[in-house]
Design a protein around this ligand. Sequence first.
Ligand SMILES: [Zn+2]
Length: 248
Amino acid sequence: MSEGVAFQAGAIWSLFMGDYDGETKIQELLQHGDFGIGTFQGLDGELVALDSKIYQVPISGCAIDVTEAKNTVPFAVFTKFDSSIEPTEHTSDVASFEEFETAMDELLLKEYGTLNFYYFIRVDGTFPTMKVRSLCKQARPYERLSKVQKEAQVEFTYENTKGTLVITRFPGYMKTLTVPGYHVHYINDERSIGGHVLGFSMAQSAQVRTVQCKKFNLDLSQSVDFGNLATDDTSLDNDLVTIEKSRQ
Ligand SMILES: [Zn+2]
């Protein structure tokens, strides 16, 4: 339980519309926080940040430490995560993503009395099953994210890994700016595998730490494409539903 500030590079709607040319350098993200998730220039894999390190998980499924690299991102959301936060132990097994969401909602309500602000959650534990995905780097001209997700998604399923879930939870009213609900990325203890989480089960005794943010700083995309995107595109609502439902 702690208070922080959320920083985000890029709005989720511009990513959905196919604006994958991020200009934000990963070192810049570290100035705003040490904990977060996102994607890389051209959708080249998943971003997982924790303990001031940034990892890239491309379609090989293997995590690469890119903390010192020159990568840029079109979308990432970060906060400063106070590692001295006292963890709460989750005492029971969790069978599914849905069960996990219910458990985390209960915990956040207990800690903060509301779900209407912005939350970052760190969960260190053992995961009997872990299904993750990564996306294949895109070339211009870019397709919309709903299409790319269907065609360029590579999935991996791991058994009995130990590692960390890096999570954001935003209220539904934020849905065009960021990912609403739970957005979960994973990296194992060896920092060798990970990705965007599609489904998992979790063993009892996981350590859960949370941060509540009442402030959300957003740097919009600086790409050439951004200024030309259609802001009144009604099919965006369908994309939101498609992408939400793609989790298994
Ligand atoms: Zn993700």
